[in-house]
Unconditional design. Structure first.
Lengths: 437, 533
């Protein structure tokens, strides 16, 4: 049990705009023992069972906290929302037993983050940091939550403190990299991501720990149109952790961008078999549609609708993905706007404004859409979709010059950012008389 | 018979399946859950393969099942899909006996139902009865079972194994399922789903076949020693009652109490020992009550311990534990008997004021059966230093240690009596030892009730019934003791006036006689247990 107290797990958000709890990535506390390195999934399952039995007969703070940390770790690889609920239950029990226990409170804060209760997570982490300013686990949760809430300055300050407390730690560096990307500092992002991965390698992270850093780099490459590099990173991640569904989906996206549709379909099918997330299903449906398999496409789209229905019942965390699905496919655009508006009430990050802008645009509320798009672009995030959305909004508003710039920017960043939307961006740019890059 | 069993299984499944789902799937809406009920007979291995799909995977199979896309699944479509699906599932199932692969075939009609799930969405339940024919000769066989269907998918994966006409001597999966064939999942969040993909079962064809039935309570019954009579069956059925009301709970409590009382009249509850002791040693009512209490407490504790062990570990085969309980019990009785003989011999050499009379000692039979080769089952492997589930093992070892240590404690008590040989009563330790010996072998039906209750997620109800059962036993045993004390008092008064030398001599040798009876009874008990080991 002694190790349980030492093993702290931090919570890095995947640099993926999907934003489901299922996608939380495995950064680990910089003070973490490398226990997880040799703990493969079966061992993790075995430990979880052992601790479940242990806390049933003898519920202790350390036992419950360790169990909760292991649930979070398992949730990362399986993408199973239920596992996060288990983590929440363990954390709540631990905190109930010892309301002042720092490890238990850190876990509880981190779990709130994974279930998208960012406000609570930030509040809990802030009080932990106030008591102990160099608590790395709490700093990580706080910074991540601030990022999701759109407080980029705050997140920057928190990550700065984290890096001070743990210089050269992979978990700290990768957070800085993500912030750099969101703020449009691409060279910084690249350098920090590479540094993070080198550190992770040096500290012999095993399993998805290491794979996560490859996936992060792959996503950076993907966002910038470096599809072959991205594919290589995802391949590497899968070599390190076979069946890591985030890497499979990333590779699928890269293959789709490379025009290797059959491969992409196969990969998405694999990812969907592990975790049927709305964004994966939607992308798979798009590929089937482009491939002329309308029936299959409808099947995937139908599954998204089923998930939407269930998500509403279970208050699950797919709001943003569902909104994008509806808006992208011109289906139930009013529902899309309802979802993005509700989401934006708490989550005022770049992608929150982007989704809101896109949903407003699809509902014909162009002025509001433009205001939202401006806020989405305010950080200078080099994401093709944000620029594409802004371009279409300005085109509809008749601001051709601005639209041309924005659309060209989107296609420069990533010429084939989406199998369905990128051709539309090219079409719009051509219609505006702009040269298509 | 097999077909009939399947028909029953399918009917039960259909009934359960068509009822509204009480609990959501354990892992959310995209799980595929699988259950393999292995049924080993001398003529082969039958697999009750149940697949329970949550809302999303069900939706994803919608178009495959609804071949004509009219939004309805008609009988022809259902039948075509389930047959094809069962074949596909069977292909990824490996059954090997003694390293020889058996090929499972779909043995009876499969069943496909769509129980309503969340939001009015259908879920899918497919039951494929598979059978792999073989002829198992005498001797020990090794069965290896692997299920590669839906590998990597999230979901509950459960395997149980029971034998019919064969004795399962070792198994790494339980005989009892916790989900009632994937119809109810434990709601406890801090209990991860089972992930059993494979099973190894060692078995040997048995002389006496036991009927096996699909319900979990029945399955447990089949795995436990001794036949289950009609009364017991009624008891075990109590716990499976679906609707739990206060009135029903009270009634069940009363019935459990009565059954415990009746059960205590059956052989093997230390009544022989107690009767002999009270008659031969001038035991008092208080002592009789103490023994009755000890029997009850020991019995209840034994049932609980075994129940907890069985429900948390798959590595313990109860039929292999029973002989050990029996042996411990027998040795205890022998120990008590020897102490009494020694005392009786000492006392016999002195003149005794009051004559005694014989009282018929009714029983010396304490039936016990069990499996053969016993290797110490270990529920958890010991590699990981952080594995705190070992606490259970330690608890268990501790209990065992206690049981085996008792004869020593008792001998110690006996030695203490050397200094006070005229004291007519044994020490409280010996009294407890007598009660302990009497209650040590847990009653299988009480155990089944507890396991059934755990399986149905009603552990507390099971506990209450087990305690009620124990209280019933205590009432009978104490009542019997009371009768013995009264009866002896009566005979003492009537015969006390007589001076017949024969009677006096007989009375004086009575303690020796009764303690010998006790020793012999204990020896028989221990010998039977040894034979069963």
């Amino acid at each position: 049990v002694a190790t349980a107290g030492v093993i702290a797990i931090s919570y890095v958000r995947a640099a993926d705009r999907g934003g489901t709890a299922a996608e939380e990535a495995p950064g680990r506390s910089v003070t973490a023992l490398q226990v997880s390195a040799e703990v493969d999934r079966r061992e993790l399952d075995r430990l979880i069972r052992a601790y479940e039995a242990e806390v049933r007969t003898q519920p202790t703070v350390t036992g419950l906290t360790f169990l909760g940390q292991m649930y979070v770790q398992r949730g990362r690889t399986t993408g199973d929302v239920q596992t996060y609920l288990q983590a929440a239950a363990a954390a709540d029990q631990a905190v109930a037993l010892a309301p002042r226990d720092r490890a238990a409170r850190t876990l509880a804060a981190g779990v709130r983050y994974t279930t998208h209760d960012f406000g609570t997570a930030a509040m809990a982490a802030r009080s932990l940091v106030a008591e102990q300013p160099d608590d790395q686990g709490a700093l990580a949760v706080l910074g991540d939550a601030q990022l999701e809430l759109g407080d980029y300055a705050g997140a920057g300050a928190t990550y700065g403190r984290l890096l001070q407390a743990a210089p050269d730690a992979a978990a700290a560096l990768v957070r800085q990299a993500r912030l750099a990307f969101l703020q449009g500092r691409l060279p910084d992002a690249d350098q920090l991501a590479a540094q993070a991965k080198a550190q992770a390698l040096a500290s012999a992270f095993g399993d998805t720990g290491l794979a996560y850093y490859s996936v992060f780099e792959g996503q950076l490459d993907l966002d910038r149109g470096l599809y072959a590099d991205a594919a290589q990173q995802f391949d590497q991640a899968l070599g390190e952790s076979p069946g890591y569904y985030t890497a499979i989906a990333g590779l699928a996206r890269a293959r789709a961008a490379q025009g290797r549709t059959a491969e992409a379909i196969d990969l998405y099918e694999q990812a969907v078999a592990i975790v049927p997330q709305p964004d994966y299903l939607s992308a798979l449906g798009d590929l089937y549609r482009l491939d002329g398999q309308a029936e299959r496409a409808d099947e995937e789209y139908g599954t998204v609708e089923v998930i939407a229905e269930l998500a509403a019942i279970n208050r699950q965390v797919y709001n943003r993905q569902l909104a994008m699905y509806y808006a992208d496919h011109d289906l139930r655009v009013d529902e899309a706007l309802r979802l993005t508006t509700a989401e934006l009430a708490v989550r005022k990050d770049v992608y929150g404004y982007d989704a809101q802008a896109w949903a407003l645009f699809k509902n014909g509320r162009l002025q509001e859409a433009r205001a939202a798009a401006e806020r989405a672009l305010a950080q200078g995030t080099p994401d093709a979709k944000i620029w594409y959305h802004a371009g279409l909004i300005d085109q509809a508003l008749g601001d051709a010059d601005r639209a041309r710039v924005e659309l060209r920017r989107a296609l420069t960043i990533s010429p084939r950012f989406d199998p369905l939307q990128a051709p539309r961006a090219r079409g719009a740019l051509a219609a505006l008389g702009g040269a298509v890059p | 018979v097999k077909r009939a069993l399947f028909a029953i299984a399918l009917t039960v499944g259909a009934l359960v399946g068509s009822a509204p789902r009480a609990s959501a799937h354990p892992l959310g809406n995209f799980t595929v859950n699988q259950f393999s009920g292995l049924h080993v007979t001398p003529g082969g291995v039958t697999v009750d393969l149940v697949t329970d799909m949550a809302e999303i995977p069900t939706y994803q199979r919608r178009s495959a099942i609804d071949a004509n896309h009219d939004g309805q699944v008609d009988e022809a479509e259902a039948s075509a899909w389930r047959d094809q699906q069962c074949l596909a599932l069977a292909r990824d199932i490996t059954i090997e006996v003694d390293d020889r692969a058996l090929s499972p075939v779909v043995a009876a009609e499969a069943s496909l139902t769509f129980p309503p799930g969340q939001g009015g969405l259908p879920t899918l339940r497919l039951e494929c009865p598979l059978h792999a024919a073989a002829a198992f000769g005498s001797g020990t066989h090794e069965l290896q079972y692997r299920n590669a269907d839906f590998a990597g998918r999230l979901g509950w994966r459960e395997i149980v194994a029971v034998g019919e006409g064969v004795t399962i001597t070792a198994s790494d999966v339980p005989a009892l399922d916790v989900t009632d064939r994937l119809t109810r999942y434990p709601k406890d969040l801090l209990r991860s789903p089972l992930a059993q993909d494979s099973a190894s079962v060692r078995f040997e064809p048995a002389a006496g076949a036991q009927p096996a039935t699909p319900s979990p309570v029945r399955a447990a019954t089949g795995a436990l020693p001794r036949g289950v009579d009609r009364l017991t069956r009624g008891f075990t059925d109590l716990v499976a009652e679906r609707h739990l009301t206060l009135l029903f709970g009270l009634t069940a409590f009363g019935i459990a109490l009565a059954l415990g009382a009746v059960h205590a009249l059956a052989p093997g509850h230390g009544k022989t020992v107690m009767a002999a002791y009270i008659v031969g040693e001038r035991g008092t009512l208080r002592e009789a009550a103490l023994i009755g209490l000890a029997v009850t407490v020991t019995h209840t504790a034994g049932v609980l311990t075994l129940g907890v062990l069985l429900s948390t570990s798959t590595a313990i085969a109860p039929e292999r534990l029973y002989p050990w309980f029996g042996l411990t019990s027998g040795l205890l009785v022998v120990g008590v008997g020897l102490t009494l003989i020694r005392r009786a011999l000492r006392v016999c050499r002195r003149p005794r004021p009051a004559p005694y009379v014989a009282f018929p000692v009714p029983e010396a039979q304490l039936a016990m059966t069990g499996g053969r080769d016993h290797d110490h089952p270990h529920p958890h492997d010991q590699r990981h230093p952080h594995d705190h589930a070992h606490a259970h093992d330690h608890d268990h070892a501790h209990d065992d240690g206690h049981a085996h240590a008792h004869p020593h404690a008792h001998a110690h008590g006996g030695r203490a009596h050397r200094h006070a040989p005229i004291d007519p009563s044994l020490g409280w330790r010996s009294l407890l030892a007598v009660g302990f010996a009497g209650g040590l072998v847990p009653n299988p039906s009480a155990l089944v009730v507890l396991l059934g209750a755990i399986a149905l997620g009603r552990t507390w109800f099971g506990l209450v019934l087990v305690v009620a059962y124990g209280v019933g036993m205590a009432v009978t045993l104490t009542g019997a003791g009371l009768l013995l004390v009264r009866a002896r008092g009566f005979f003492d008064r009537r015969l006390g006036r007589r001076t017949d030398r024969g009677v006096v001599r007989f009375s004086r040798s009575l303690p020796l006689l009764t303690s010998t009876v006790i020793t012999v009874a204990g020896t028989i008990l221990a010998a039977r247990a040894l034979a069963a080991l």
